[in-house]
Design a protein around this ligand. Structure first.
Ligand SMILES: [Zn+2]
Ligand SMILES: [Zn+2]
Length: 348
């Protein structure tokens, strides 16, 4: 038995022949096993979908009730047998419901981690280390320059700015699924209890998080607030709306952006970000390399992001490593991110 007999790379994502399924397929397939709800990993139009309840719910919120012909929910730690393969889901710590998928055939275990981070996040179950023979890792921040540091320190910077400029609105660009809710939870944990305003595109997902027991305090839609109420307040919005007409109604806004890319000053400048906040839902360089080492895997397959440096690092550690080169996964932490529903429910 070789790893390639368990999972094989195809143009639409990795495929388990023995189990007859694809993981995070980028085009419609008969049977899909899905790691998490971000739209490049969780697409509509598959026959059967196996995912956590949260991922299925988030897909339903985004695509409507008919996003797949049939669905099956699986819990963390639960194993299902698909054809000749045993499939187990483990927490990935990336966003609510996100999972790593362990696939086992004849005692050989391959783990497809989807997107992950190994730091504490009050809005999702912590990353679980799974020992395996082959580890499939993302590489969004797969360069040594990316060290995210402490998210609480970034939140402190934001709150300091709010205290310093009570007459200015603080507009924080953040991805709608995961990042926005994590920011709210971190802001609350820092003791800030004023209402937080949201762009309409974030409303459904944020309410869903609350319905799953995540306490986010009081939030309101920015469009129902009066202009003076937005001064001295924090508003979260999709990054793509920071520069468009939507942001013009805010009083003298301080433009902030929460992303792992904010470590790169040129990126922040390019997007006219006054207050960059280095907060990411992806593992940084240390997180990626520590995790690869700790899985005990002798083989590493690297997908979407900066594959080369991570492949090189693995090889120098005596591991077998290669890039998967699958096209179709985006980067929700990307500064140019445009969510498909960025203007949902908003006038401009
Ligand atoms: Zn993701
Ligand atoms: Zn991804």
């Amino acid at each position: 038995m070789r790893p390639e007999d368990i999972l094989v790379r195809t143009p639409v994502g990795v495929c388990c022949k023995a189990g007859g399924f694809h993981i995070d397929p980028t085009r419609p397939v008969d049977k899909a096993v899905i790691t998490h709800g971000h739209s490049d990993h969780a697409r509509a139009g598959h026959g059967a979908v196996l995912a956590t309840q949260e991922t299925l719910d988030l897909m339903r919120l985004r695509y409507g009730g008919n996003f797949a012909a049939s669905t099956q929910a699986i819990r963390y730690g639960e194993t299902v047998t698909l054809g000749g393969a045993r499939v187990t889901f483990h927490p990935a710590g990336h966003v609510l419901g996100s999972a790593q998928i362990a696939v086992e055939v004849d005692g050989l275990r391959v783990v497809a981690s989807g997107d992950y981070k190994n730091v504490v996040d009050p809005t999702c179950v912590p990353f679980e280390l799974v020992r395996c023979d082959v580890f499939i890792t993302e590489a969004t921040f797969g360069l040594p320059v990316f060290r995210h540091g402490n998210a609480d320190a970034e939140i402190a910077k934001l709150l300091h700015s709010v205290a310093l400029f009570p007459e200015r609105a603080h507009l924080v660009g953040a991805y709608s699924l995961g990042k926005a809710q994590r920011l709210i939870a971190l802001i609350r944990a820092a003791g800030y209890d004023e209402p937080i305003y949201l762009h309409g595109a974030m409303e459904k997902i944020t309410r869903y998080y609350v319905s799953r027991g995540i306490d986010l305090g009081r939030f309101d839609l920015a469009r129902s607030a009066k202009k003076p109420e937005l001064a001295g307040a924090i508003t979260l919005c999709p990054p793509s709306t920071l520069k468009d007409l939507w942001s013009r109604r805010f009083p003298d806004p301080v433009t902030c952006f929460a992303s792992g890319w904010m470590r790169v000053r040129a990126r922040a400048r390019q997007h006219l970000v006054e207050l960059p906040l280095v907060i990411s839902d992806h593992a940084d360089w240390d997180g990626l390399t520590e995790t690869i080492a700790a899985t005990g895997a002798s083989e590493v397959w690297v997908t979407h992001g900066q594959e080369e440096a991570l492949v090189h690092w693995s090889v120098t550690r005596g591991l077998q490593a290669r890039p998967l080169d699958i096209v179709g996964y985006g980067d929700e932490d990307e500064a140019d991110d445009v969510t498909e529903n960025a203007n949902h429910g908003e006038v401009s």
